[in-house]
Design a protein around this ligand. Structure first.
Ligand SMILES: [Zn+2]
Length: 350
């Protein structure tokens, strides 16, 4: 048993950085805690200090349910993976960042950051991604959309429409029909990459590709969205389209960094995981396929990461050009290796 002013000071401050380094038990409650526990401060005279949770337990104290002191020595990766399991098992619940933070014993900001570092997305995006994957699987076997919604862990119908609208741009019924009711506007302009075609729904850009000629790009747009209604950009959307092209030109001519434009991306849960992570790679940086796989928590899915990059429909804005081979080789690029080299060169100059 230890007795120290320094320990007491960090308990008074609820200093998280001491979690796992020592523990304190309160004799009036019989419970022991991490220094960072948010529970009501005990009287100094009732507090005992321990260096390990085992010592606290053998002195007759029980672990606090709030700060879970027995787990505080876990590596953050273990904590994150445990939280992922928890989310997977409780998909029907809305699990808030606050709840996750409490469960882990780390601050909300810390856990959010650790989640993004280890998994590639926030806890919320992770839940959304799982629900969508679940939901899409259910949709294919369930004829009743409402039933699929409940079975996939969405608690209300309006929420799922809202969420799916944001993430895949199609309502559940549209998805079942292969997206046939989705309206995609397209416009084409010339950038330094050649003819560049942008396709967008009313929610954002779903297609940005460049190539030899406009017609080939339009064929590609139809091939990617076989059931969508594809029409030329109406006059009313023209100024928005011009702004997007202007942003691309500024970036390609090395005048400005690439502005963040509205996206409406569609893909499998895995592809979305990869594509969202790619958006976090800063311009001028590169990652290897292996690093991406590790960052999204799927270290063995290196090949799947490469094919998700190759399936990217939104060039530049989802910067798949920032992923290269582990040995520094450029690997492939959907729009040609020369363009990839060129883009990386532009970005390395910034
Ligand atoms: Zn506690």
């Amino acid at each position: 048993m230890l007795d120290g002013d320094k320990f007491w000071e960090s308990v008074q401050k609820r200093d998280n950085t001491f979690n796992g380094k020592f523990y304190y038990g309160v004799i009036t409650t019989g419970i022991f805690c991490n220094p960072g526990c948010k529970t009501r401060l005990a009287l100094r005279k009732n507090v005992r200090f321990f260096l390990t949770s085992q010592e606290a337990e053998s002195a007759g104290f029980r672990a606090c349910k709030k700060c879970n002191p027995k787990n505080s020595k876990l590596q953050i990766q273990d904590v994150i993976h445990e939280l992922c399991r928890y989310i997977e098992l409780n998909l029907a619940e809305v699990i808030t960042l606050k709840e996750i933070s409490k469960k882990s014993g780390y601050s909300a900001a810390h856990i959010q950051k650790a989640f993004i570092t280890n998994i590639g997305v926030s806890p919320k995006a992770y839940q959304d991604g799982l629900r969508q994957k679940n939901f899409k699987n259910q949709l294919k076997t369930q004829t009743n959309v409402s039933k699929a919604i409940y079975q996939s862990g969405y608690s209300s119908t309006s929420r799922v429409y809202e969420k799916l609208g944001k993430n895949i741009g199609m309502t559940p019924n549209q998805y079942r029909k292969g997206g046939e009711e989705v309206l995609i506007f397209y416009g084409c302009a010339t950038t330094s990459l050649g003819p560049t075609l942008i396709g967008a729904t009313d929610k954002g850009i779903c297609f940005l590709q460049f190539g030899e000629d406009k017609d080939a790009l339009l064929v590609e747009l139809h091939r990617e969205f076989p059931n969508a209604k594809i029409v030329s950009m109406p006059r009313t959307s023209r100024s928005e389209f011009d702004n997007w092209m202007l942003a691309l030109n500024d970036y390609l001519e090395n005048k400005k960094k690439l502005a963040s434009l509205p996206l409406d991306i569609r893909g499998t849960a895995f592809q979305l995981l990869v594509w969202r992570y790619l958006q976090t790679i800063p311009a001028g940086d590169v990652r290897s396929y292996t690093q991406v796989a590790q960052a999204i928590g799927k270290p063995r899915a290196v090949r799947a990461v490469a094919s998700a990059c190759a399936r990217n429909n939104v060039g530049l804005l989802i910067p798949c050009h920032r992923v290269i081979r582990g040995d520094g080789g450029l690997a492939g690029y959907r729009w040609g290796i020369d363009h990839k080299r060129n883009l990386l060169e532009i970005e390395s100059r910034k």
